[in-house]
Design a binder for this molecule. Structure first.
Ligand code: SAM
Length: 216
């Protein structure tokens, strides 16, 4: 399976989704993960601060429950509201100063006994490794010629991806962008009062770390 699709599946497995559960996806983008969660029977709230991303999500699923909100503010939900919360590749965009408060907010809106799953690329991640893994799987499943055609068709977006990645990494070095340290999610959970914090699970071609935890 291609790395991104595999990652979404792992997050869904970790969430251990039950029909009808209220799940928040924080930083839902165009809705790929939220759609996978919904397919498994949950009632998903997809939150993002980019209006166009939420509109694209709505184009994929016009009944999607989307919420335009900035995660650097306190969450607009009452205490103990969600059964589960997940967030993929989002909190690394939030400054370290604001991360503590966000995780505390996740704790507040989660029901007692509720589960949270966070996955984020880490400080030393390499987009090249994810890209090469993608190519490897594509050759195995779709064959060499189709893969070559896709590489050609996706050349411009792929080059853009590497370029922006390079820029982001440069900003990270200047301290303007805060990728997570490998231990950081566990620490954030601990500080916010979560229990049963899982050990690090390497996901996304080993370029991201996934942790889960529970509210008391
Ligand atoms: C890399 S995308 C991940 C999308 C989705 N979670 C997935 O797995 O496909 C990160 C998303 O986080 C959102 N995001 C970043 N900072 C945010 C903030 N402060 N508040 C809300 N959303 C934010 C971005 O707009 C973007 O859609």
């Amino acid at each position: 399976m291609i790395p991104y699709k595999k990652l979404l599946n792992i997050i869904c497995e970790e969430l251990d989704i039950k029909k009808g559960e209220k799940i928040l996806e924080a930083g839902s983008g165009t809705g790929n993960l939220a759609l996978e969660i919904k397919k498994r029977g949950a009632d998903v709230t997809a939150l993002d601060n980019i209006k166009i991303a939420l509109e694209m999500h709505k184009q994929k699923d016009n009944e999607a429950s989307v919420f335009l909100w900035d995660l650097t503010n306190n969450l607009p939900f009452s205490n103990n509201y969600f059964d589960k919360i997940c967030s993929n590749n989002t909190i690394y965009t939030i400054s370290k100063k604001k991360r503590d408060n966000l995780i505390k907010e996740f704790y507040r809106v989660l029901k007692p006994g509720g589960k949270i799953v966070l996955s984020n690329i880490h400080k030393k991640f390499s987009p090249k490794k994810i890209y090469l893994d993608h190519i490897k799987y594509s050759i195995r499943y779709y064959g060499f010629l189709k893969t070559l055609k896709d590489i050609f068709l996706m050349l411009v977006p792929s080059l853009k991806m590497f370029f922006y990645n390079f820029k982001i990494k440069k900003e990270d070095k200047k301290g303007e962008y805060d990728f997570l340290e490998k231990y950081e999610q566990k620490e954030l959970f601990k500080k916010a009062g979560f229990i049963n914090i899982s050990e690090n699970k390497k996901v996304y071609s080993n370029q991201a770390i996934l942790n889960s935890a529970y509210k008391k």
